[in-house]
Ligand binder design. Structure first.
Ligand SMILES: NC(=O)c1ccc[n+]([C@@H]2O[C@H](COP(=O)([O-])OP(=O)(O)OC[C@H]3O[C@@H](n4cnc5c(N)ncnc54)[C@H](O)[C@@H]3O)[C@@H](O)[C@H]2O)c1
Ligand SMILES: [Fe+2]
Length: 384
């Protein structure tokens, strides 16, 4: 028998064009003075116009905060929190990629119950309560709309997480139309991030459970199958919705069965070089899969059989190798840098990056195989 706990957001709405109902949804949560957290790219792409019109016609007073920065630095989150307090808002919407959603979570938390950010890094240290929170993802994606995690960049260039069940939103709203214009490179990077969430949740060492497994398998099927079409023909609404669902399922999975060495090695690349989160995962993914292969053979074989029907009767050794080869081919077709050198990383920085990766024990403990400093360095060298 399995003993496990599974948590997710209490309400998930998936609806093409659903952003046009945001006003009604906010009203349903008793919100009348709303703080909308987004970034300048989304304003420029015209993606918040429909949401704003809906909120205003429902009589909701809206303050727009569009200064979210990628891999949110602590200071930019603090600025958002201060602006929300000054506007005396009673609810928060995050509308954007993971950076906007992660910022919105902390605004909802800290606008209501002030705590210093450094006090709440780690697991379960936030006091709450928080303001009502609606999350609307526009990348597929981080799955942040259904995770209890917010990832920030500290002044010393470390990526640190706040983990608390208070960070689950009241409502996650998936509107595939918002992702139709996502450019190919961002589609590719964020889609690979979501695939990594599914792979790492399925092979995580400590909290793997039947629900996270079912979600991770379905997520990987959706993401692996639809990613090429999403990158090559972004205007297909069904493909975009499949990617958002894949990202959601992967998020639900890794919220309960946490990610591991791929993310632990990716974080220092984001922290020191400002490379996009999905790209950093992609750059270290294949070396980590090869490194884990012997320890995770049975699990990688199951993942292989989930995405490649021809492996149905293959043994674990064959199916796990075919899985790694299939992921390698998917990643190789993506329109972005394929190794650390191309991404502009200095070879002389690899020891420093490996030292930083070793600090991410929160995630390394979940890896199917132990990772030492020497392993981390060898993995970065393999990714170079
Ligand atoms: N909380 C979690 O569980 C979790 C999980 C994984 C990653 N993250 C974090 O999320 C962040 C990365 O998020 P992301 O990869 O979604 O990227 P992002 O939020 O940083 O956005 C990347 C870029 O895409 C643009 N963009 C977003 N949606 C668009 C759309 N529909 N059309 C056109 N442009 C659009 C944005 O303007 C921005 O320039 C990182 O900080 C990462 O650490 C959090
Ligand atoms: Fe991620």
């Amino acid at each position: 028998m399995s003993t496990f706990t599974f948590e997710t957001a209490p309400k998930i709405i998936c609806e093409q064009g659903g952003a046009a109902r945001l006003g009604e949804i906010a009203k349903g949560l008793g919100i009348s003075r709303l703080f909308l957290v987004t970034d300048a790219g989304l304003i420029k792409a015209g993606l918040i116009d429909g949401a704003l019109a809906s909120l205003r016609s429902a009589g909701v007073d809206v303050t727009v905060f569009s200064d979210v920065l990628a891999d949110p630095p602590e200071l930019s989150v603090q600025a958002a929190v201060d602006a929300a307090r000054a506007a005396a808002v009673d609810g928060v919407v995050g509308l954007g990629g993971g950076s906007s959603l992660d910022t919105a979570k902390l605004v909802a938390l800290l606008a209501r119950t002030p705590q210093a950010l450094p006090e709440i890094y780690g697991i379960g240290l936030a006091r709450g309560p928080r303001l009502p929170l609606i999350q609307v993802p526009t990348t597929a994606g981080t799955g942040s709309e259904v995770t209890p995690i917010s990832i920030l960049t500290t002044p010393s260039h470390e990526k640190k997480g706040v983990v608390s069940p208070l960070l689950y939103p009241d409502v996650a709203l998936l509107d595939g139309r918002l992702t139709l214009g996502l450019p190919p490179a961002i589609t590719a990077m964020t889609g690979v991030d979501a695939m990594v969430h599914a792979i790492e949740a399925f092979s995580t060492r400590l909290k793997k459970n039947p629900l996270s497994d079912a979600l991770a398998l379905k997520a990987l099927q959706l993401l692996y199958t639809n990613l090429p079409a999403a990158v090559n023909d972004g205007r297909d609404a069904d493909v975009r919705e499949a990617m958002l669902l894949g990202s959601l399922f992967a998020g639900m999975a890794f919220a309960n069965a946490p990610v591991a060495a791929v993310h632990a090695l990716a974080y220092p690349l984001g922290g020191h070089y400002g490379l996009p989160h999905g790209l950093t995962n992609s750059l270290v993914l294949l070396p980590v899969l090869e490194f884990n292969l012997a320890a995770a053979e049975g699990l990688y074989a199951e993942l292989g059989r989930a995405i490649l029907p021809e492996l149905a009767s293959a043994n674990d050794s064959t199916a796990s190798r075919a899985f790694v080869a299939a992921i390698r081919a998917r990643v190789a077709a993506m329109p972005y840098a394929q190794n650390l050198r191309e991404a502009g990383v200095k070879e002389s920085d690899l020891p420093m990056l490996a030292e930083d990766a070793m600090k991410v024990q929160r995630l390394l403990v979940n890896n199917p195989r132990d990772v030492t400093y020497a392993d981390a360095l060898a993995l970065y060298q393999a990714a170079y």
